[in-house]
Design a protein around this ligand. Structure first.
Ligand SMILES: Nc1ncnc2c1ncn2[C@@H]1O[C@H](COP(=O)(O)OP(=O)(O)OP(=O)(O)O)[C@@H](O)[C@H]1O
Ligand SMILES: [Mg+2]
Length: 255
């Protein structure tokens, strides 16, 4: 467990009408930590992401960022939504630029930031392409470049690679690790894929099926990038898949 003052303090429960989706969920996230939330499909992960981003008010409890109630108008939160989010009428470069426009950053400063982040995600040669001219994996890289382009308080990624094939998914996971090494960020990464969570996380929160509650919190201390065939990796992966409450569809992730 990391020490010191948490950056984000989550202590919530949530219902839609009378249906409880999130039971009492309480955990903290620390500065520059890469935290994965792992849970089966439909357990309430996107609901949790929306609560943490301040886009949804919890039925009970609070989300605090730097000690204050989270407020999307005040805090700088980048959110890569589960559905792909590229505007088809804007080029790759202009899709990334949106994040800077919202923050009022323009001119040479903006150009430099965009060039830098496009280079990191390997899209510099595609800057002037439109979304319909690039692959699904490249569109996800655009969304990631946009999220990393502005320095923020928090970066939330909700199953960003869910729709990608296994090979592209692996490339993207490596990409995210590389970006995090170069540009330190506090990241909440949501997935239903055990292998992906063990590959990426500094710390892992495992949720039950709906109504979601935390069934385990795990510090993953292996050095990165991780070898998915290493016995320690495989052992942790198996022990998570053996958690009786993880639904079958959360087990996935063979490469
Ligand atoms: N706005 C809403 N109104 C009513 N019910 C909702 C709403 N949004 C989500 N739900 C319900 O809450 C539950 C959790 O949904 P949520 O999208 O948070 O799950 P998830 O873990 O992100 O699922 P997935 O893995 O498929 O993305 C589901 O049963 C869903 O039908
Ligand atoms: Mg979801």
């Amino acid at each position: 467990m990391p020490v010191g003052k948490p950056k984000i303090e989550i202590d919530v429960a949530h219902s839609y009408d009378s249906i409880v989706v999130l039971d009492h969920i309480k955990f903290d996230v620390y500065e520059n930590e890469f935290l994965c939330i792992l849970g089966p499909s439909g357990c309430g992960k996107t609901t949790m992401a929306n609560l943490i981003a301040g886009l949804l008010k919890p039925s009970v409890g609070t989300v605090k960022l730097n000690g204050e109630l989270v407020n999307p108008q005040k805090h700088n939160i980048s959110y890569v939504f589960q559905a792909r989010s590229c505007l088809p009428w804007r080029t790759v470069k202009d899709n990334v630029k949106i994040a800077l426009e919202i923050k009022g950053i323009s001119g040479p400063v903006a150009e430099e930031k965009i060039a830098n982040v496009l280079q990191i995600v390997g899209l510099q040669e595609f800057a002037d392409y439109y979304p319909n001219q690039i692959s699904g994996g490249m569109k996800q890289r655009v969304a990631i470049a946009r999220a990393f382009c502005v320095e923020g308080d928090l970066l939330i990624l909700d199953e960003p690679f869910g729709s990608l094939d296994a090979q592209t998914r692996y490339v993207m996971q490596m990409e995210v690790l590389k970006i995090c090494e170069k540009m330190k960020r506090t990241v909440i990464f949501i997935t239903n894929n055990i292998e992906e969570s063990v590959f990426l996380a500094d710390r892992l929160i495992v949720l039950s099926s709906v109504p979601a509650r935390i069934i385990k919190e795990i510090n993953v201390n292996f050095s990165k990038p991780r070898n998915v065939t290493h016995p320690d990796f495989l052992q942790l992966r198996t022990s998570i898949s053996n958690l009786s409450e993880i639904a079958q569809d959360a087990v996935g992730g063979s490469r």
